[in-house]
Design a protein around this ligand. Structure first.
Ligand SMILES: [Zn+2]
Length: 303
């Protein structure tokens, strides 16, 4: 990296760490993270969305790109149009869950911007209205401006079509729902895949990252620590799944979830059951668990 680029990075880092520490999320109020980057959080807080879905505006002068236009609706559409410092040329999505991509349709019809992202081969829980002009592959580079290059990193796991976008000049990664701030994400089979998720997290450890810009929550200035903590958390849970299986007669999901997630309030067990299934499917693929007539046990299971 050139010293000029380092200089820009240092300045951006200062601005971003101040933002990460001190600027609370206020729905539909744009937050300037640097000269070239704004965050606009949609007013859709909830169990699955935390403080709301983050829309990012990235660009310079008259050329701007939106990353994750959110769930749709007039209010967020108006807020995105008002927040954009220049013409919106592109709309990128990280994945097609209903809190991230449906807003692309109306924004595209108003601005004529190019839609970029991947469609899903699944239908359940996916936004079928997202029809991109371009479906980038892993490793593709999108040149958004003179000093703005996004490298596409395919990160399946939370969703099979999930993409992260690395702003190479700043080593800033837009993580969508691959990594979010303050919580873990749901891995919901069959589109959610725990083995793929862990491999996609490991992959980020091979990147030289300075900051994460998540789809939910504030900026995360210590990427490596955050990613390592997520991997540890998932592997600890996996160990608990195995320990419970080895200590039980063959059991169904409802029975297992109460023991594996005994640290999680019972009202969240329905969601936890989905992640439990994701762990079990990973263990099954590794020959460490098996299922017969809806009951799971340790080992490969009866053949
Ligand atoms: Zn998602």
């Amino acid at each position: 990296m050139s010293s000029q680029a380092r200089g820009r990075g240092a300045d951006l880092s200062r601005v971003m760490s101040e933002c990460a520490e001190s600027i609370p999320i206020r729905p539909e109020e744009p937050v300037r993270l640097s000269q070239k980057l704004w965050r606009l959080t949609c007013a859709n807080p909830g169990v699955m969305t935390g403080p709301g879905t983050n829309t990012y505006l990235l660009g310079e002068e008259e050329r701007w790109t939106i990353i994750d236009p959110g769930p749709g609706g007039e209010r967020h559409l108006r807020a995105m149009l008002a927040a954009a410092p220049g013409r919106i040329e592109r709309i990128l999505v990280t994945h097609t869950h209903p809190d991230h991509s449906p807003g692309a349709l109306a924004l595209q019809s108003v601005t004529g911007a190019e839609l970029i992202g991947r469609t899903s081969t699944r239908t359940r829980g996916q936004d079928a209205s997202f029809q991109p002009a371009r479906q980038p592959d892993d490793g593709d580079r999108l040149r958004l401006g003179k000093d703005l290059t996004l490298r596409v990193i395919h990160t399946p796991g939370h969703a099979s079509n999930h993409l992260c976008y690395l702003l190479e000049e700043e080593r800033l990664l837009f993580t969508g729902d691959h990594v979010i701030q303050g919580s873990t994400v749901l891995i919901d089979p069959p589109d959610g895949d725990m083995g793929a998720y862990l491999a996609s997290l490991e992959r980020l450890l091979g990147e030289d990252l300075r900051c994460l810009a998540p789809g939910h929550g504030t900026l995360m200035p210590q990427p490596r620590e955050a990613v390592r903590a997520l991997i540890r958390h998932r592997l600890r849970r996996e160990s608990k799944v195995l320990a419970v299986l080895r200590d039980s007669t063959p059991s169904d999901l409802a029975c297992l979830v109460a023991r594996v997630y005994d640290d999680v309030p019972a009202e969240r067990h329905a969601l936890a059951e989905r992640s439990l299934l994701a762990h079990l499917l990973k263990l099954e693929a590794e020959g460490l668990a098996g299922e017969t007539a809806g009951r799971w046990s340790a080992g490969a299971g009866p053949c």
